[in-house]
Design a protein around this ligand. Structure first.
Ligand code: DGT
Ligand code: CA
Ligand code: CA
Length: 577
């Protein structure tokens, strides 16, 4: 399937055209790229069956872009992109990772200072050469250096968004093999850590030859680091590693426990075993030299006198002490507990899909409700809605609801919005308009650099605004890209607790905001949260599972999360606080 590769190439063309300050075309390339990325059919197959016409029928693909796609399908090359890359010989992907740098500034840095790579950038910034460039200045130079430091901090770590797709595909492939009796993710991935060093997969299998062969020859494997009977390691083209271990069926549970980690959790657990005159390792739990557990993970915990500890909690953050006392963790929030999503965008603003398409997707998921939360006025780049447009959208949503009612669907569509918290803490929409909505989300989308006191005051002013029900992505961090806003979270949470509003757990793998630690703080303070996808495309509605993972890591129970409620209770939450 070449869809992804083509989408990436078109996106690259868009960036290069932006470097040259070309109008409109970048937008067209980007739209075509995203529509191909989200295409369900294989584009090669479309071309085979319907030829050139089939390509032009893809939404967002005009004649000009169809030329490029056809050329690539026939020759494996895209001449236009090559020419652009020769014109701007910079490591664009790398440089774009630097928060604050866009295609145009990258071009300028190349033309004026011959900066091609991150190393060049750091070197010139340290020498103070960037500050003296027209349009950059000392502040920008300082920000660039900070952004580079931030990138280095997370070097060698991968976000769940970066690994999950390939990890899942290889997992499914292995699972489909006849020899594979049991299979599980282990390591930090199973614990749903926001950043992972590598992916660990554990298997029990009859014969291992074909299992290892399938693993090391998987299409995304870029390099085989080691290959053996019980363990193999590879690196995939996206850059991260995958470890596969094969163990005996009778010790699958203890191996899963061991290889899930964390190391700190395991060390404490082993000590506990020793204290009880037992021995714990990846082969099993032993007493007086006799194996008393090993086949199932649950047995390990129960034989140690503990309640079962879900993987997401295994970080030695007090979970073992609680489990000794018999704490029941079975009501931690699960994906299937969510009855709806309250933060999705449509093509009325920055989203890719229509209202109808988003609703159809939510219905398919069996939701009780879907909350539309498009941007409001201020966000021009996302085409934020005006008062009048919000009113018009309301009418559309009412129409949709009566349609749903007519066909007997239980689902209801709510109208919210994602208002912007301006620099002074006020919102970019009047109260009267906001009060007419079912609920209001407010979030910070601009002026990210403010000192702690001002930034905290700003957010608290929004929290204390009576029309606000939810604060979206409260800390504003972007994983591996942008540091959190400078906030005093203690003060923020106190204000949220006093007003009784909900803090968002934004499930976008680029955000995961609140983070697990902040979620735990909210749980301890009794602050309610909402797990939202912030979808800009219908396929992103699946991202809720990432948010659930973080919620579980933060010890959040079903009752801490407002979108586990049915519609009636949810609406009364919005009325109450
Ligand atoms: P990562 O990959 O850095 O995100 O973190 P993990 O937790 O996935 O670590 P990894 O892949 O090195 O090893 C997977 C698990 O195997 C780890 O969570 C616990 C277990 N493990 C590996 N090496 C050791 C060790 O030396 N001692 C102990 N107690 N456990 C280990
Ligand atoms: Ca790992
Ligand atoms: Ca590993």
């Amino acid at each position: 399937m070449k869809n992804k590769e083509i989408a990436q190439k078109l996106n690259k063309i868009a960036r290069h055209l932006e470097m040259d300050d070309v109008d409109f075309k970048p937008f067209a390339y980007r739209r075509a790229s995203s529509s191909i990325l989200n295409l369900e059919e294989d584009i090669e197959k479309i071309y085979e069956e319907k030829g050139r016409k089939g390509i032009e029928e893809i939404s967002g693909v005009g004649k000009n872009i169809a030329d490029k796609i056809e050329e690539f399908l026939l020759t494996g090359e895209m001449e236009h992109l090559k020419t652009l890359e020769e014109k701007h010989p910079v490591e664009l992907d790398e440089l774009l990772k630097v928060e604050g740098l866009g295609p145009k500034s990258i071009k300028k840095l190349y033309e004026k200072l011959k900066i091609k790579s991150l190393e060049d950038l750091e070197e010139k910034a340290k020498k103070g050469e960037i500050a003296s460039l027209d349009g950059f200045g000392e502040k920008t130079e300082k920000n660039i250096l900070e952004a580079i430091e931030f990138l280095k901090r997370d070097e060698g770590k991968w976000s769940l968004g970066e690994v999950m797709e390939v990890a899942n595909r290889i997992f499914e492939k292995l699972k489909s093999l006849e020899e594979v009796k049991r299979i599980n993710f282990a390591g930090s991935l199973r614990r749903s850590k926001e950043l992972v060093g590598d992916v660990d997969i554990l298997i029990s299998a009859g014969k291992t030859e074909r299992v290892m062969e399938t693993f090391t020859s998987f299409e995304n494997v870029f390099k085989v680091l080691s290959k053996g009977d019980t363990r193999s390691s590879v690196k995939v083209d996206a850059g991260f590693g995958i470890d596969l271990r094969v163990v005996k069926k009778k010790s699958f549970g203890s191996a899963l426990q061991y290889f899930t980690g964390s190391k700190e959790h395991n060390i404490k657990l082993r000590k506990l075993a020793i204290g009880k005159g037992m021995k714990l390792n990846e082969y099993g739990l032993f007493k007086n030299g006799k194996k008393i557990a090993g086949k199932e993970e649950e047995e390990i915990y129960s034989h140690l006198g503990l309640s079962f500890i879900p993987p997401e909690l295994r970080e030695d953050r007090g979970e073992i002490e609680k489990a000794i006392k018999g704490e029941d963790f079975s009501d931690l929030c699960r994906p299937e507990d969510l009855k709806g999503d309250l933060h999705v965008h449509t093509d009325w603003t920055g989203g890719a899909n229509t209202l109808e398409e988003m609703i159809a997707e939510a219905e398919k998921k069996g939701y009780d409700y879907l909350g539309i939360a498009d941007h409001t006025e201020f966000l021009r780049i996302e085409n934020g809605l005006s008062k009048e447009e919000l009113r018009k959208q309301r009418k559309e949503i009412e129409k949709m609801n009566s349609k749903l009612r007519k066909k007997g669907s239980k689902m209801r569509v709510l109208q919210g919005c994602e208002a912007n918290i301006l620099k002074d803490g006020s919102l970019d929409m009047d109260d009267e308009t906001l009060e007419k909505l079912d609920y209001v989300i407010a979030g910070i989308h601009s002026s990210f650099k403010m000192n702690e006191k001002d930034m905290t005051d700003r957010l608290i002013k929004a929290i204390e605004n009576p029309v606000v029900d939810i604060i979206s992505h409260p800390t504003g961090r972007l994983i591996k890209k942008r540091e959190s806003l400078d906030l005093n979270m203690g003060r923020v949470f106190r204000a949220a607790g006093d007003r009784g509003i909900a803090m968002e757990i934004n499930s976008s793998p680029a955000r995961l905001d609140l983070s697990d630690k902040h979620i735990k703080a909210c749980v301890e303070k009794g602050i309610k949260m909402v797990i939202n996808s912030d979808s800009h495309h219908k396929s992103q509605m699946d991202n809720l599972s990432f948010g659930v993972g973080q919620a579980r890591r933060g010890w959040a129970r079903r009752s801490d999360i407002i979108n586990t409620n049915n519609l009636e209770d949810l609406l009364s939450f919005f009325k109450e606080e």
